[in-house]
Design a protein around this ligand. Structure first.
Ligand code: ADP
Ligand code: MG
Length: 796
């Protein structure tokens, strides 16, 4: 295979991926200190601002879901055109490199770039397999301490061996070597290349490799954060001849391209603070690969140096040798700088952004890896690409316009909502207090109201009872008062009638007997007497009849009387019942009134108590305010000290920058005093860096303590604390305020520390002692240093 000289110039594309704050950072009360300009690929942190090709994540960056389409799809498509490609994930441990790359492939979880690449590859292969024959190979290696480990080695020894010795002994296999062929192509000799034909097979390779990496890391102080993992996919393609289809879109020759997916080691600067936090230990192992990568990036990123044809130190590490093509060579390369938005990571985040920003200057020269081909084909394809690009641009512009409008609208809405949220928050604080006051008041009013209502209903009930009682009583009157007397009167009357009746009957009987006797007397007299008696008898009979009628009437009246007696009895019962009800109700009214009185009395007592407590709270509030004030002052003093140290460091760094520019002038003098002054300056910078770092650490600790207290205070479940609501609110506000001050101070320090780090790096590259040109100079300076060290030790 040959690489044709036709090449395009293209820069390394750099995207930033800001992950969200993770639980651990939230627990530490970290602030989000990374700002992304809406609609622009720009990141701000403190006073620094960086521009990249894309920025994903955060609230205002592009959604991470579009990263694959925007950054990776062009690379995958390029593979099918024969272009090599590389994706590098860079950033401190925990910043999301593995998450972004998806090389920590777990349980079939398909997030991250690598699984998506595999999907896209097979989709494309499926759609083209009738015209083109494909061959796919994968390899998966890890570079740890300058050793290349094969993560896909089927004969790999027991992983626990690997873990205990930290070395891979490949049984029966020579160790993996990096080779460079005569045409400059880098290959790995001895690594396993697995041929894959299905998505399932390639996914299995990724999973197996990830597992090997993870198993190795358990006993080795988190090896994965110190090792680089490279997953390489090689795609070979050859058109299927003889199927009759004139395939004028695809290439008609053999093409071969590689895609490296690189999950780099954690970029964090090894901690320089000793366990006591006072002494500083230098020389902690810094990842050789990353150091070399930084130097390669610096060399390639500096246009002046590049033009001067400066040596690019690819050979300084295995990583840079392997990625030689990816940086400044035959590859389309995307670097993804992963960052945490937490203020405690500000320093590392700044370092990452600076590193990534330099990488943007690297010019690559990707070429199509193919056999020599006819000019015609080349022209045709170039034309096609041109047309496709134009089509893309045209088709895209409308959509872009629509999206832009939508973004503008969303931004406006967002701002609006933020404003509202702010107002609500403010109101909320006030309302909460009002609510507490009004809650007491409300309770009392409600009780009073309830009492009134109850009394009112009971009064009404009583009124009703009275009314019914009156009604019944007047009804009762209708039956007349003394019914017993009436009965007696009637009884007597009946008796009298009875007596009279009996007297008349006797009279009649007597008359009848007389008539009987008379019948024996003279006929004439008899007749007369008889007539008289008959008349008398008749009138007596009539009288008896009359009595009988009267008597019957009387009985009738008596019956009626009896009935009315029963009605009266009922009425009386009813009246009795209503009276009982009335008594009960009156009792209840009295009871309720008494209860209310008692409640009111206890309430007043309570209020009195509350007022007393209020005075106590007031006192506590004052006390708390004093504490808050004092703490704030301490923090302010600390922050001021930190600011002073930071400012001094900034001045020193700037002075050194300008003196570095005059270096040549100074070097010409090369007098002893000048060298001594230079050394003093260097030392002062170093001491200052230590001082700022010390302030940084102690500020971090103060901040962590405050964050912890804040978390406790904000915890809903821990509210049973002795603190009153008011006091807690005040304390929370104060802590939040102090945290924000602390956060600003930390970011300012991180900024200068990162600046110092940068200077240090460039000095180390150039060589700190380059200024010493003669043995005499060196001896003099060493003597000077010796003396001052002696002084220091004596006075310490
Ligand atoms: P690194 O490989 O750089 O050390 P990881 O990828 O392991 O970091 O991520 C560290 C932690 O952060 C993991 O728990 C991971 O799930 C989480 N994380 C990383 N990036 C994101 C993201 N974009 N969204 C949500 N969680 C993330
Ligand atoms: Mg990782």
């Amino acid at each position: 295979m040959e690489t044709t000289p036709v090449s395009e110039d293209c820069c390394v594309k750099v995207a930033v991926h800001v992950r969200p704050l993770i639980v651990d950072e939230k627990l530490q009360g970290c602030n989000d200190c990374v700002t992304v300009s809406p609609g622009k690929p720009q990141v701000q942190i403190g006073t620094h601002s960086f521009t990249f090709d894309h920025v994903y994540g955060s609230t205002t960056g592009s959604p991470a879901s579009s990263m694959f389409d925007e950054c990776i799809v062009p690379l995958v498509n390029g593979l099918f055109q024969g272009y090599n490609a590389t994706v590098l994930a860079y950033g401190q441990t925990g910043s999301g490199k593995t998450y972004t790359m998806g090389t920590g492939f777990k349980d079939g979880c398909h997030i991250g770039i690598t699984p998506q690449v595999m999907n896209a590859l097979f989709n494309k292969i499926d759609s083209l397999k009738h015209q083109i024959q494909f061959q796919l190979h994968v390899s998966f290696i890890e570079i740890l301490k300058e050793e290349v480990h094969d993560l896909l080695d089927p004969t790999s020894p027991n992983k626990s061996d690997t873990a205990s010795t930290g070395k891979v002994h490949v049984s029966g296999k020579p160790p993996i070597q990096i080779r460079e062929s005569s045409n400059g192509v880098i290959t790995l000799a001895g690594s396993t290349e697995v041929s894959v034909t299905t998505l399932k097979e390639i996914a299995a390779c990724l999973e197996q490799g990830s597992l090997s990496r993870a198993t190795g890391s358990t006993n080795m102080n988190n090896q994965s954060s110190r090792s680089h993992a490279i997953f390489t996919i090689t795609l070979e393609q050859m058109p299927i001849t003889g199927d009759g289809s004139t395939n004028d879109v695809m290439n008609e020759e053999y093409l071969c391209a590689k895609l490296h997916l690189v999950d780099l080691a954690g970029s964090e600067r090894a901690k320089r603070t000793g366990s006591d936090g006072m002494r500083f230990k230098e020389g902690v192992h810094i990842n050789k690969g990353l150091l070399a990568l930084g130097n390669v990036i610096s060399a390639l990123g500096d246009e002046k140096k590049r033009k001067e044809g400066i040596h690019v130190p690819y050979r300084d590490s295995k990583l840079t040798r392997l990625l030689q093509d990816s940086l400044g060579g035959n590859s389309r390369t995307v670097m993804i700088a992963c960052i945490s938005p937490a203020d405690i990571n500000a320093e590392e985040t700044l370092n990452t952004l600076k590193y990534a920003n330099r990488a943007r200057n690297i010019q690559n020269k990707p070429v199509v890896n193919r056999d020599p081909m006819s000019n015609e084909m080349l022209k045709m394809r170039q034309q096609l690409q041109y047309l496709q690009a134009e089509l893309c641009a045209r088709g895209g512009s409308d959509e872009v316009q629509v999206l832009k409008e939508r973004i503008a609208w969303l931004e406006a809405t967002n701002e609006d909502l933020c404003q509202k949220l702010h107002e609500y928050r403010k109101k909320c604080n006030i309302t909460e207090q009002c609510e507490i006051d009004s809650r007491n008041f409300d309770e009392e009013t409600a009780k009073e109201w309830e009492h009134k209502l109850l009394q009112n209903t009971m009064d009404k009930e009583l009124h009703e009872l009275n009314r019914r009682l009156e009604e019944k009583e007047s009804e009762m009157k209708l039956f007349g008062g003394d019914t017993v007397a009436l009965k007696q009167h009637f009884g007597k009357k009946i008796q009298e009638l009875e007596d009279e009746k009996r007297a008349v009957q006797q009279e009649r009987d007597r008359l009848l007997a007389e008539i009987e006797n008379l019948s024996a007397g003279s006929e004439g007299q008899k007749q007369r007497v008889q007539d008289i008696h008959a008349q008398k008898l008749m009138s007596l009979e009539a009288q008896i009849l009359d009595f009988k009628r009267k008597q019957e009437n009387q009985v009738q009246v008596l019956k009626l009387k009896h009935k009315s007696d029963e009605a009266t009895k009922r009425l009386q019962d009813e009246i009795q019942f209503i009276k009982a009800q009335k008594v009960q109700l009156q009792h209840r009214i009295k009871q309720e009134a008494e209860q209310f009185r008692q409640w009111k009395a206890s309430r007043e007592k309570e209020l009195l108590q509350l007022r007393k407590e209020g005075r106590r709270n007031e006192y506590e509030r004052h006390k708390l305010q004093a504490i808050n004030q004092r703490q704030k002052m301490v923090l302010q003093r600390k922050t001021e000290e930190a600011a002073m140290a930071t400012k001094r460091l900034k001045e020193l760094l700037e002075a050194r920058k300008s003196s570095a520019r005059d270096n040549t002038g100074m070097l010409l003098q090369t007098n002893e005093k000048a060298l001594q002054r230079w050394l003093e300056h260097e030392l002062e910078v170093m001491v200052n860096v230590h001082e700022v770092r010390f302030e940084y650490e102690s500020q971090s600790q103060v901040r962590a303590a405050m964050a912890e207290e804040l978390a406790v205070l904000k915890n809903r479940f821990a509210r049973a604390s002795s603190m009153t609501l008011n006091a807690r609110m005040t304390r929370i506000a104060s802590l939040e305020n102090m945290l924000s001050i602390s956060s600003d101070s930390l970011i300012a320090m991180a900024s200068q520390l990162s600046e110092a780090e940068e200077r240090e790096r460039s000095l180390t590259n150039r060589g700190r002692w380059n200024q010493l040109r003669s043995m005499g100079d060196a001896k003099n300076l060493l003597q000077y240093m010796f003396n001052s060290l002696g002084d220091t030790r004596y006075f310490l």
